[in-house]
Ligand binder design. Structure first.
Ligand SMILES: [Zn+2]
Length: 126
């Protein structure tokens, strides 16, 4: 993961955002645990990018043309839809309860987690 320290991305009020392979950091005290948290998001995004590529190929073969490329950022669509559903229908902090965040917060203090993490481990947090 390539860490990009700056004052623009993410928006004010957020500390860091991962857009694989980059981690944009606005937060002064970005530490090893934060890096591990964002690394888990990086792995999740990579998995979902593979899903998006498979969908793009299937849709492309099916005649959808360049529109099929809209499947590539499927991680972000899933994140936003799950957050919105949890915001409307569930109590508590919708952000922390999304499967991607729940996995990242659960394992951010385990520095060996990414070495042993099963693929699509976030699914069990749905
Ligand atoms: Zn996170």
């Amino acid at each position: 993961m390539l860490i990009v320290r700056n004052d623009i991305i993410p928006f004010d009020g957020f500390d860091a955002i991962t857009i694989w392979p980059f981690v944009f950091v606005r937060y002064e005290n970005f530490d090893e645990e934060d890096e591990n948290h964002e690394g888990i998001h990086g792995r999740q995004q990579l998995e979902m990018l593979i899903v998006g590529i498979v969908l793009a190929v299937v849709l492309g073969i099916s005649g959808c043309g360049w529109w099929s490329l809209f499947t590539l950022p499927i991680f972000f669509y899933w994140y936003l839809v799950e957050w919105a559903i949890r915001k409307v229908f569930c109590s508590g902090n919708a952000y922390r309860k999304t499967a991607f965040e729940a996995e990242a917060y659960d394992h951010q203090d385990d520095m060996d987690y990414l070495k042993n993490r099963p693929m699509f481990a976030w699914i069990k947090y749905l």
